[in-house]
Unconditional design. Structure first.
Length: 546
């Protein structure tokens, strides 16, 4: 018989935007829909304004103060707490958060890391004691969420998201392996999204007893939000969203505001490659700019293609932009909408300006500098460079013909993405860096929109699952191999999908949606997480070896 329980979630970041933020917000809401009482720890200082948050707690002058937006302490409620961690926010990937000095975990001094851990441990203990205990606890990331729950004396499971391994633990094993071992040895269950993440976890903590706790529980998809949309309704849906964005004049409070959408430069402008504005946060947006991008997308005379993701080098946006003239040549009137923000945004905009003007020498320079334009060490974009070394005949003409067909929307909220994606014909996930799962691909599939993903890591596992349920004509279109031919491979997949017989596309869209809905739901994820927290690992599927 079902009984409501008290669940604690620990996530040290925001509750909107991308990746683990959306995961934790969605998981909390799924727990609440199942009737549970949720207590969520994060650093989203304006979480109290979210419509699904019932109570909001912050420590002011060392004292916890709670504001009630609705009746708290009941089944199906969500309380959010923001511990006072001082001025330093540790992250996996460098970004900007107003009100914090942001440092990657490797940049922290030992004293700063200890202070961060101690502050969070104290906050968790205080809340748990005030509640009289919790029935289940779940942490995000391999470090440091599980370490905090372990030191707070809780029984817990945790979810490895991938960025924790890729950007912190594995590159700096000597320093962070002890924390990873503390987290893994203390947990009742360890959740991963894919066999790829499980294999990388073994590189960090290779212990048979720990491996026995690892289970496969992928993220979920909001099937009602990402619901299929009839093609004839797409333009009206996007225009309605544009209208709502255009009417907004006040965005989230300053604690999560920034200028992640900057002024679009004219096609002939050549900004300095090192021009890097430093707004206070990476989480704000200019809604007028987003609305204009939506209107541009809605006005397409041909197919609509979308990218949703962080604008950093590892997401492979350079490959998609280089492929776009080849897609546009085969599909005149097609338009591409780029949804996202990040440290590589100026370089991405500059790359497209160079492409649509067929300034190939400038494109080569961008490819050669690579990660240096993101603020990191120089690292050439080899796949982009290889394409331009052997670019197909007529590419310059195709690039000039695609001028004006790409728009940049900046950051959208998750519910806005959920309304936008079903209005697209295809979505491209061109990541060049390992992905733990690839939630955006699953969300596109749920909406009946073909996700064209790079064939590696967790993305490949999703693609293989989707392909197995597709008509034979469409099965090879969901993924492309990385390598010197990646740019043309993206174009071939997107063009192949858009050229399919209409009846085949209808069957393929239905198969995509049915597969995503059957295999990935947030309520199923919530039940799996609770089983791991309780140590009921036999209730969960083991992780297949890669």
């Amino acid at each position: 018989m079902f009984s409501a329980i008290r669940v604690l979630l620990f996530h040290g970041y925001l509750l909107r935007g991308t990746g683990s933020n959306v995961y934790n917000a969605s998981l909390a809401r799924a727990f609440a829909r199942l009737g549970h009482e949720v207590h969520l720890f994060c650093q989203d200082r304006v979480a109290g304004s979210l419509p699904w948050v019932d109570r909001f707690g912050r420590w002011l002058d060392g004292r916890l103060e709670i504001q009630a937006a609705a009746e708290g302490g009941r089944a199906g409620s969500i309380a959010v707490y923001v511990p006072d961690i001082g001025g330093v926010l540790p992250v996996y990937v460098a970004d900007r958060y107003e009100g914090f000095e942001v440092k990657t975990f490797p940049e922290l001094t030992d004293a700063e890391l200890d202070a961060y851990l101690d502050a969070n441990v104290a906050a968790v203990r205080e809340v748990v004691e005030s509640l009289g205990g919790v029935d289940a606890a779940i942490a995000s990331h391999l470090v440091m969420g599980p370490v905090i729950l372990a030191r707070a004396g809780l029984r817990f499971a945790f979810k490895v998201h991938g960025s924790d391994l890729s950007y912190t633990v594995l590159p700096h094993l000597q320093r962070f392996r002890p924390y990873a071992e503390e987290a893994a040895s203390s947990a009742t269950g360890i959740l991963v999204s894919s066999a790829h993440v499980a294999a990388r976890l073994r590189q960090a903590v290779d212990d048979p007893q720990i491996e026995a706790k690892v289970r496969l529980v992928p993220p979920g998809v909001d099937a009602e939000l990402f619901a299929p949309l009839a093609r004839e309704e797409a333009a009206a849906r996007v225009l309605a969203l544009a209208g709502e964005l255009g009417e907004r004049r006040v965005e989230p409070p300053a604690s999560i505001r920034s200028m992640d959408v900057r002024t679009v430069r004219s096609r002939d402008a050549k900004p300095s490659p090192d021009a890097r504005p430093a707004p206070p946060s990476a989480w704000a947006r200019e809604t007028g700019q987003a609305a204009a991008a939506m209107e541009h997308f809605a006005a397409a005379d041909g197919p609509r293609v979308v990218f949703v993701g962080k604008l950093i080098v590892s997401k492979g946006m350079d490959l998609l932009l280089a492929a776009w003239p080849l897609v546009h040549r085969e599909n005149p009137g097609a338009r591409l909408l780029v949804v996202g923000f990040g440290e590589y945004e100026l370089a991405v905009r500059r790359l497209w300006a160079a492409l649509e003007a067929a300034r190939i020498d400038e494109v080569r320079e961008i490819a050669a500098r690579g990660r240096a334009l993101e603020g990191g060490p120089a690292g050439a974009l080899h796949m982009l460079g290889a394409f331009f070394d052997e670019r197909p005949a007529g590419y310059g003409e195709a690039a000039r013909g695609a001028a004006g067909s790409v728009a940049f929307a900046g950051r959208l909220e998750h519910d806005e993405v959920g309304r936008l994606v079903p209005a697209a014909d295809a979505l491209v996930v061109p990541s060049t860096f390992p992905e733990s799962f690839g939630m955006v691909a699953v969300e596109a599939a749920a909406a009946g929109v073909l996700p064209v993903s790079a064939e590696h890591s967790g993305l490949a596992e999703i693609s293989r699952t989707l392909a197995s349920e597709l008509p034979s004509e469409a099965g090879d279109l969901v993924s492309f191999p990385l390598g010197d031919g990646a740019v043309e491979a993206i174009a071939e997949r997107v063009n192949g999908w858009l050229a399919l017989d209409a009846a085949v596309r209808r069957r393929a869209r239905a198969a995509l949606s049915q597969t995503a809905r059957r295999l990935w739901s947030w309520e199923g994820v919530a039940r799996g997480v609770l089983a791991a927290s309780a140590g009921r690992l036999d209730d969960l599927p083991p992780v297949p070896r890669e």
